[in-house]
Design a protein around this ligand. Sequence first.
Ligand code: GN1
Ligand code: MG
Length: 357
Amino acid sequence: MMQAVYAFQIEGNPIEAAVFGHGHINHTIKVKTDAGKDYVLQRINTYVFKDPVHLMENAGAVTKFLAERVDDPRAALHFIPAKDGKYYHVDEAGSFWRMYDFVGGFCLDAAESEEDFYQSAIAFGRFQNLLSDFPAETLYETIPEFHNTIDRYRLFHASIDADVMGRAADVQPEIDFLLEREEEMGLLQRMREAGEIPLRVTHNDTKLNNVLLDKNTRKCLCVLDLDTVMPGLSVYDFGDSIRFGAATAAEDEFDLSKMSLDLRLFEVYTMGFLEACPSLTETEVEMLAVGAKTMTLECAMRFLTDYLDGDKYFGVQYPQHNLVRARSQLKLVKDMEKKWDKMNEIVAQVAKQTRRG
Ligand code: GN1
Ligand code: MG
């Protein structure tokens, strides 16, 4: 690890290094130097991210673009180049490292107030808005077809047909529910192909815990974890935040009666997102609720596909874990269908308040 620290262009000499945060994917270390500087050093998980060079090119290009457009230097991650000028270092063991400035602040795993959730909406809306004239097509797809719902259905069909674990018969109601919505859930993808909604830079992991908040003001500073930054649709990012943050229960809640959509939180997030991202087109705004439903249903389908495949992608703590997750997400979809008109009314009303012309 020390070899990795010295590979980067740091100020001063390292005097302290300690494991930092509780990420499950990358290994993170905080480094202090005798010049009074703090850095974050990360080893990228190359099992999950097969193409770390392109991943870092994406992250480097996006953060550079952001840094040129914000006043507060803490509002964009600042990667430290290695001594060879690249934004990563490969050590003798083949491990892949990167480093960025540590600017303080904190992250939350769950919102403690509406204001916290609002701040995450501002952070992701601002991220989207600042990148609205970034050429999205120049970014690499770090995970190809990540939110191509039509392609996710193709994989789902293949898993049902293969039924390698013999689990399909027991989950027929869930399978039927998903298949009944196949046509409807391809809508965003078809709109994207027809050029009706623009290709954007998307974050793809728009959970509250990827937002850095200021210690003193508790306001958002910036968005973290740029590993899945890719070309995509703005409504995906909006939708995934709703799926995770506006739900009344955890993603793997067993008691389905606890799972529903909190309309107040939906409204709060919509307000923050639209205020911070005036560059969304009319059509994108009209599709926000569709984005929330699509991301939730797609996530349910990914969990169920993995359950049918024998739990190869998502980590599981018990044999039915992916099925429990799929069912909780499907319950959330059902609740969205019940509240569908209300969701769209909220979007229209917030749009009227926050957007002019
Ligand atoms: C995975 O592990 P985490 O929370 O960063 C997944 C997301 C899913 C999420 C569901 C790269 O994200 O797409 O929404 O699980 N990330 C990847 O909990 O597949
Ligand atoms: Mg993540």
